[in-house]
Design a protein. Structure first.
Length: 109
């Protein structure tokens, strides 16, 4: 039973990954270079996008911070606090790189 669940999960993931490039082309989705984007640009894009898009971006940033800090536990309540703090921080420092802001807010907490 466990093996069959693993196989089903693997097939679902592979189908999802194969369909993402098609979806991205259809939707006109742009790649994001998080190493270059400033807080001001980040705030503008978050405001223009959907709540779902913002959630995906914030989850990506959380994953990036996990790689930097070594903290691999996803704490849902902390993610909401981090998101709020990142937006507030970026509002005050629009010229700062968003990943630098995320590290200042997310790792320093």
């Amino acid at each position: 039973m466990k093996r069959s669940l693993v196989v089903v999960a693997a097939l679902c993931c592979s189908n999802l990954l194969m369909s993402m490039p098609v979806f991205a082309k259809k939707a006109g989705v742009q790649n994001i270079n998080f190493g270059e984007i400033t807080c001001g640009e980040f705030m503008k894009e978050i405001a223009a996008g959907s709540a779902e898009d913002a959630g995906v971006v914030l989850m990506w940033i959380d994953g990036y911070l996990s790689g930097v800090s070594g903290d691999t536990v996803l704490k849902w309540n902390d993610l909401e606090k981090f998101s709020t703090n990142l937006v507030a921080y970026c509002g005050k420092k629009p010229g700062e790189k968003v990943l630098d802001a995320a590290e200042a807010v997310g790792i320093a907490e």
